[in-house]
Design a protein. Structure first.
Length: 454
């Protein structure tokens, strides 16, 4: 880190940042009342709102969005004539999965091996802390040179679209000259990266029914159609033998021409076991940034412990399909639904329910705001130049904002580099990345304000 005053200020604020992230991670803010009480999300939203008020934000509000969750909004006015920048993060998190697999409790921020572990530490409660650090550093060094809007979403991980629908109904609320989405990450620790593309997604639940009730597998097995066996066969139809996604009508041969992801690095980042091959064809970047990818993320079936020798009358699965830029998520949903309906074996009755959807996104990295960010990252990461990469994940709000404000510049940065293991057990954030990206964001806001005066 250089001796720039912004850098020195952020460094001095890091103990406070750790204490605040500890408080925020403690909220079990999974936006699914079937898993965690709604009160956990409400408490987290209240914490975020209080933090904005403490930074002298005006019009701080808990927005009740159509999906039943709350997003937090605040406005910090800047100098007269200054541009407006919208800073985005989300305070909801993925469920912790198997809590016994965590080396420390998932909702207790724990320092280990130079990283801070906890659900949401990187994705994306740390992103909100990053915004606070950047603004505090600017306040301590001459003031915030832009007007700032902050929006902290309450259901991003669920993909239920609450904030998108709210923004469409209140288009003036999030209007800005540029938007910084603090929910992606560097290609690797120490390499400053902006995200050029995001895959979209669609989420479906499929249920197969074959019998009026479960049957004894000895008495009826071999002739009676087992719904769980039918589901296994149906799900297998979604991939070719090499693992390539094979949804009827959906192309899977696009190429990625930008920053490449060496296979060895990917295997290490993904912690692929020795001797286990990768799936699909083409480069790793092709597969994770430019092509669709289907994943079975949940299946209802009897657990091994306590299983009985029974044929299953019904089976249910939840399927996520990542949709690359250049393909339409709505059309992909139709194709996936048709595939599921046509590939169910033995005449099994099929019902499909959509539970989430978001369009893919492509940023214009040639826009002027990116020049301001490149200069900021050059100072925050001495000796490194800003890179651009794709991201296989989805942030549905990006397309909503792009449609609402066609002229706005949208930049995507964040703390979710590969070592962070977001959405997995033992999620963590690098405090060095939090520090450097906070510096970069502060310098960007200063650079951007200056560019608008020219």
């Amino acid at each position: 880190m250089t001796a720039h005053p912004i850098s020195e200020t952020v460094a001095s604020l890091m103990p406070r940042a750790k204490a605040e992230l500890t408080e925020l991670v403690a909220f079990r803010s999974v936006a699914d009342p079937a898993q965690f009480p709604r009160s956990e999300c409400e408490a987290a939203a209240g914490w975020v709102a209080d933090a904005l008020r403490a930074e002298e934000f005006q019009d701080v509000a808990l927005l009740d969005t159509p999906d039943g969750t709350q997003s937090v909004y605040g406005y910090l006015p800047g100098p007269a004539g200054a541009p407006t920048v919208l800073l985005y993060a989300h305070y909801d998190v993925q469920p912790p999965l198997d809590e016994s697999a965590w080396l420390s409790p998932p909702f207790e921020l724990t320092e280990r091996d130079g990283r801070w572990f906890g659900r949401g530490a990187a994705d994306c409660k740390g992103g909100f802390i990053m915004h606070l650090l950047a603004l505090r550093a600017l306040k301590a060094n001459g003031g915030v040179p832009v007007s700032v809007k902050v929006i902290a979403e309450g259901s991003e991980e669920q993909g239920t679209g609450g904030l998108e629908r709210y923004a469409e109904a209140h288009p003036e609320l999030l209007a800005a000259d540029t938007i910084v989405i603090g929910d992606t990450g560097n290609f690797r620790v120490g390499l400053p990266t902006v995200t050029a593309t995001l895959r979209g997604m669609t989420m479906l639940r499929v249920q197969l029914d074959t019998l009026e009730g479960n049957l004894h597998s000895g008495q009826f097995g071999g002739a009676a159609p087992d719904a769980l066996a039918a589901m296994i066969q149906l799900l297998a139809s979604l991939r070719a033998e090499d693992g390539t996604t094979t949804v009827d009508g959906l192309t899977s041969d696009a190429r990625w021409d930008g920053l490449q992801y060496p296979e060895g690095e990917f295997r290490s980042d993904a912690k692929v076991l020795d001797g286990v091959g990768l799936i699909g064809t083409g480069t790793v970047a092709d597969r994770i940034w430019a092509r669709p990818a289907v994943t079975v993320i949940g299946i209802d079936c009897p657990p091994v412990v306590g299983a009985t020798p029974s044929l299953q009358a019904s089976a249910r699965a939840q399927i996520s399909l990542r949709v690359p830029p250049g393909q339409d998520a709505t059309e992909a949903t139709k194709l996936l639904t048709a595939h599921l309906e046509s590939h169910a074996p033995w005449g099994a009755r099929v019902s499909v329910e959509q539970v989430g959807q978001g369009q893919p996104f492509r940023a214009d990295i040639t826009s002027p705001a990116y020049a301001s960010m490149a200069e900021a990252m050059r100072l925050a990461y001495p000796g490194e130049e800003m890179q651009s990469s794709g991201l296989g994940g989805s942030i549905p709000l990006c397309n909503t904002l792009s449609a609402l404000y066609p002229e706005v510049e949208i930049l995507l940065i964040g703390l979710s580099e590969p070592e962070a293991q977001i959405h997995a057990v033992n999620e963590s954030v690098s405090p060095e990345e939090l520090e450097r990206l906070s510096v970069a964001e502060a310098l960007f806001l200063r650079n951007y304000a200056e560019s608008k005066k020219a």
